[in-house]
Structures are given as structure tokens and as C-alpha cells.
Unconditional design. Sequence first.
Lengths: 277, 387
Amino acid sequence: MKHCRLSFRTLGRHGFLAITTAFVIVPFIWMVSLSLKPPEEIFQASFSLLPQSWHATQNYIRAMTASPLPRFMLNGVFICAVIVVFQILICAPIAYALAKLRFPGRHVFFNLVLVSLLIPSQVLALPLFILAYQLGLLNTYAALVFPFVVSPLGIFLFRQFFNTISDDIVHAARLDGMSEFTIVWRIMLPMAVPALIAFSIFSVVGHWNDLFWPLIAVRSQELMPPPLGLMAFKNEDTGIDYGPLMAGSTIVVAPLVLVFLLAQRWFIEGLTSGGIK
Amino acid sequence: MSGHGLVLRNICKKFGSTNVIRNLSLNVIPGEFLTLLGPSGCGKSTLLRIIAGLELQDEGSIAIGGREVDGLRPKLRDVAMVFQSYALYPHMSVAKNLAIPLLMRRLCAWQRIPVFGALLPGTASRKSEIIEEVARVAKSIGISHLLDRKPRQLSGGQRQRVAVGRAMVRHPAVFLMDEPLSNLDAKLRVQMRAEIKELHQRLGVTFIYVTHDQVEAMTLSDRVAVMLDGELVQVAPPQEIYANPHDRRVAEFVGSPKINMIDVNVCGGRLAEIGGQVLPSELTIGQGTLTVGIRPEAFHLASSGEPNSISAAVRLVEHMGSDLFLHLDLTGVPDPIIARLPAASGHIAPGNRLHLRIRTEQLLLFSENGQRLKQQASVTPLREYAR
Ligand SMILES: Nc1ncnc2c1ncn2[C@@H]1O[C@H](COP(=O)(O)OP(=O)(O)O)[C@@H](O)[C@H]1O
Ligand SMILES: [Mg+2]
């Protein structure tokens, strides 16, 4: 009897998870499916996952050639890399100070970090736009990067992870002659690799997919990250040509999916062992 | 090579409103092995961190080797520390763990930058020098075969050795050790204890060793500093601490099995009684109670009817191999007392009655507030007093 009930419950749980997963994954599958079809099939009343006549090559070639998609992708890589490097360079020392140094007001600082976690980035768009304008940064790579170099999420994640590292390690490092910055780079960060990877994924995914701020910050096509590029591409050239558009979208998300699959283990460890526990 | 002396003057430390170290002064002789002995939470680790410069004292000053170090960072104090948790860097190999203190001291910041630093003049030769020194230290403590491993691939004893090695490589004048053996199993602890003692003899530098284990303190030290509630109660060689404690708490903390403490009433400065025996004869306190401390080995067997002997009922016998621990009931004493007799004392079973004598020169007298009274005690039969 007991065995029966247990497996029934497991079944229910898996069923629930499957349904919620479907909500997330169906649009993706549809996107990939559309990217393989010729235009006639896309608006057919009957739905099929695989196309009757394959149109994949044409769609993907058109996606790569009709717009500067490779350029958008390179922009995305560059912007995300610069952002994540700056974020780590800035967040790790701050997180170390909050976790391991005792100074007046550190609780206040940490609470400020928590508060700023709650503020949606859109709220700050207007002041940031004005700031970028005043600094003459609009329509440059710098405009795409500067609002994100200090990340409250990064500070929070690293601080939580550093907190779990014993004080003795820090003390040993000081006795061994390390400066506080050396401790951050040589001891704390290498020990926090799971948190580092988890945060990097968050950051890269977030900024790779970001449409809102690039839309405000840049106009020239040479600077556009992938989503903004895709959008421009849709308006200008294709009109309603969904096959190549979906092919372009697939190309844009593919690297993220790939990276996540490769780093999945660390991602989960980084979030569970140091962070949100 | 010889170590530096160390002078602590009126050190005070508070965490919030709790006084962790209270006006503590201590003089450590160059080259000596001094143990800070005290129960958990009495402030030993805090004091060690203050000496190392990892924590700042609120008041008082520290001199190491005749030099005031109060404003100096830990790196500049010429001390090394072995932590209870070992505090090895988990992401570095054993060799790297051992090399770090040297790398940080001998290479400048530019030379330590990966790749780029290797191109600077002098980096390569200094690095190979460091590698040689690491190899030498590793060999001297028997961890040469472990150099490529990560700390998590080591056993507790091996980690402990690496931690000691990391402290050794830079030849500090003072070694600070914070309960380095407490995470090891009993057998390994005995072995590592001997190794630490040997290390001290070999290096000849000053060791300050923190422990709550009185056996470690007694076996290792030149002098023991007994610390209770943030204060040093007594600083003396182990034999002295054991035989001549200044304070009731010291007597109770040191010695296993624990010293027997018996409260006795004093009448007219003369009479006090244990198990029908009167002691001692010349007390300065007139009236009131005092406590007599009797070490378990201060008892010895007597034949029945022997003068000055007391009779006791055996509750429990513990065979320890070379010794017997007897738990005894004495008439007029509420708690059982423990006596330690040679194993060859004959067959003794629970329920037996024994006659014991007390080696009176080993009796310790304490006043009500725990102060040691220096008067000699003696045990005299009640009958003689009655006369
Ligand atoms: N950083 C700290 N903040 C607040 N209290 C502390 C801190 N470090 C130690 N204490 C307190 O000081 C007391 C002594 O601690 P410690 O020196 O570690 O004792 P021991 O090493 O003798 O066991 C303890 O009560 C502990 O709670
Ligand atoms: Mg401690």
C-alpha cells in the first residue's frame, strides 16, 4: 500500500514539473521548428513539429547574411565579457570587505546592497540615460557597459560565499604576508569558483538577452547586441518573413544553452552552497 | 637560530560588552615552550590572535624580541601560526601551500603576477630557490611524497604536518599553535605531540602553544600558563603547576583523574576532620570552612588499625593497566573520592573496606575563595586531639 502511494506521489510531482517545464520550453521548440520551415508552412492551419519540405539551410543562410548577425553576436560577446570582468573586479573586493572586514557601517552597506537588489533596472533607465548623455557616452560601447559594472547580485552572491570561508584562512593568509587585495584574488575568489560561475552565467545570460537598455543607449547598427540587432533586422528587411527571423533567434540563444549545459553543475552548486540557502 | 622573547603588558580585549582578556601580563623567555592552558572559551585563541596581530588589543602592549609590535601588521611580526582548523588553502597543492609565505616575502608584487612575472629578471632564480627550500622543509617533516596533492586528499595527520610545514618555511622567531592536535584521533595525537616536542628541540625557537588538554600541556611545556576567564591564574613549570597550584581552579583543572576536593570545618584554628582524622594543626583562619585537595595518588594502602589511617568503602574499581582507580566512600564526606593505587595492590573489589593513609606533604589547602593556603597540613588521629 505504502509503496503504491509513494509512487503515486512521485508521479504527481513529475507530472507537475513536466507541465511547468512545458510552459517554458514549448516556445523554444516552436521557434526551432519554425526556423526549419518554408514560409507557406508557417501559417498552415495544421501544426506539425517537423516541416514537410525542409527549408532550414535557406532560413539560416538568410539569417546570417541578410543582416549583420555575426557582427551582433561579436558585439554581444564583447559587451558581455567586458561587463562580467568588470563586475567581478569590482564585486569581489566589495563582497570580501562586507564578509570579512569589520568596519563601522558594514551592516548598513550590506542592507543597501539588498535594497538595490529589489530595484528593477528599468527604474534607473532615465537617470542613467541622462548620465550617459552628460558624459558623452551615448551610442558607444561604454554606454552599453557602464550601468552594469557594479552588480548588487554579484556582491550579494560573493558575500554569501565568502562568509562560509573560515576566518582562519584569511588569518593564515595575512600571516603569510598577503595584502587584502591579494587575499581576494588569490584565496577568496579561487575558493569561490562555483559562485563565480553561477554569477557569470546570470550576468552573461542577462546582458546577452538584454533589449531594454541597448535600445536606449545605442543607435548605430555596428554597436548593437544580438536581440536589438534582431529587432532592427525584423523591422527593416524581413517584414513578416518569420523563417529567417526564427533562425536568427535560434542562433542567438544557442550559445547560452550550450554554456549553461556545460556549466550546469557549478551553477547549481554555486547557488546552493554559498548563496541562497 | 634562537627564538625571540615576548612580553605582554596589561593586555585587555573586549568583544562588545564581554571582557575576553582582562589585564593580562606575561613574559615569555626566548626559546621556551610555553603552553596556554585553559577551558574552551577562556580567551586563549583571542590572545594568540592578538599576539599575531590578527586582532587588536584594546589596551596594553606587546613586545616581541624587545621590539614593540603594537602597530605592526601580522606579516611584520616575525611570528607564524598553526591553526586548529589548519587553514590550508584548499585550491593549492601542498607544495604551493608551503611556498606561499616565501613567495609573498621574497618576490615583489610585479614578480608574483602570473606569466608576466615570470619574464622579469630574478623571478626564476628566486622561485627555484623557494622550491628547493620547500622541498627541504617537506623532507624534514616527512611530507615529500605529498607535495603534489591538494589538502582535501590528505588525512588529518598529514594536513597537520603541512600546516606545521607552512609555519616552518620562513623561520619565524615565534611559533604560535592553536590547539593543533585537537582534530586528530587519540593515537595520532600522541604521535604528533612527540613530533612537536622534537620540532621545538630541533628549531630552538619560542613556541606558544594553546590547548585545553592538560596532558598536552604537561607533556610538552617548559612552562604552563593556566588561563581562566581571560586571566592568567598561574604561570609555572608543569610539575609546579601540578604539585603547587596557587588556586583551587588550577588544581581542579590540572590532573587526571581530578583532584579530590573535600570541604572541612575548622574550629578554633585547629580542628578539621576527614573520615575521622583531624587536620591540620596550624591554621591562621580561626573559624569557618576550608577545602582540602587530595591528589588521587596521595593515598596509599595501610594495614587495618595502623595509626593515622582512614577507612573507606570501595564503590567502583577501574583497571587502567599500570594503575587502579578506586572510587571510594569516606564517612562524613558527601561525594565519592578517587584514589589511584598501583595495579599490584592486590585484589580489590567493590564493597570491600580499605584502610588508607594520606601522604600529608601532598595535601593542598584552599580557603573559601579558592586561594591556596600555604600552611602544611598533617593528619592526626582524632583521638590524639581528644586528649
Ligand atoms: N570575533 C569575535 N566576536 C565576538 N566574540 C568573540 C570573537 N572571538 C571570540 N569571541 C568570544 O570570546 C571568547 C573567547 O574566545 P576564544 O578566544 O576563541 O576562546 P578559546 O580559544 O579559549 O576557546 C568566547 O566567549 C567567544 O565567544
Ligand atoms: Mg580556541
